[in-house]
Ligand binder design. Sequence first.
Ligand code: NCD
Length: 311
Amino acid sequence: MIPDSCLHIRGLSDDRIRSFLSLAVSIKRDPEKYSQTLKGKTVLQFFVENSTRTRMSFEAATRKLGGTSVVFAAATSSLQKGESLLDTIQTLCQYGIDGIVMRHSSGGSPEFVAGAVSVPVINAGDGQHEHPTQALLDAFTLLEHWKLEGAPKNSLNGKTVAIVGDILHSRVARSNVHLLARLGARVILCAPQTLLPSDLSLFPAVEIEHRLDSAIPQADAIMALRIQFERQDDSLIPSKREYRHFWGLTPERMAIMKNDAVVLHPGPMNRGLEIDPEVADSSRSLILKQVENGVWVRAAILAMLVGGVKP
Ligand code: NCD
């Protein structure tokens, strides 16, 4: 039997999404109650791409549930000698692994691995494909802020979320458009043409707005995305100054937001480019809440998939 995994948002049922989010609420309220959930279990943290928040929060979540992490050091591993991904994973599985958290630069690789191992696989970001746990923690943060916890279907009905910036390279955007649409939100994608995917046919119903100044006043939440310089050359944004002028979340743009609109960013931020410090550090910013909630949401996912907790 193929174990239950978390590979992409479209692979999660509405029920599963609701269970992850409501269990995250319970764990956040009473972490002590779940402190032995992963006792005796080992989670392989398999990160073959750089990460601060995602990796540390999965490790923290494993620790809070009483489990042990085995952290794979890709840069000093035999992957560098040309060992295949599957040989590497199958080797590590012999050390007694109960679940795999996996980040990889190749889209689809967590699904490939999940088909070959007998433990759950959690996608912690695969190339430009998906980052389902980030979308879940973003939704959790918005639901918590708007006091809509528990996330019944259509709980974001009537809310508009603008996703702004480098959508082309963003797995966070790809997971968020699916999850936000599933929760009933109206989603506006706002980016220069060069940073939008040319084919939006795999996206659910989204609106495209090329002028940030038109998108901002409509939004209840604005999610800024990092310009992913490591995945592009200079041609997509010829000038950083011009980019900030047209697409940056500046104090002037904060002034045209709805009174109670909030700002998110998955991090890491290019301060002074897609977001100014005055916005990132303002009272509208939920950015550090996203970081904190990442631990609870990832703990809920680990508790259900690796710890067998029933919602
Ligand atoms: C994002 C990622 O790695 O996809 N960051 C994260 O997980 N917190 C976004 C990014 O790198 O810009």
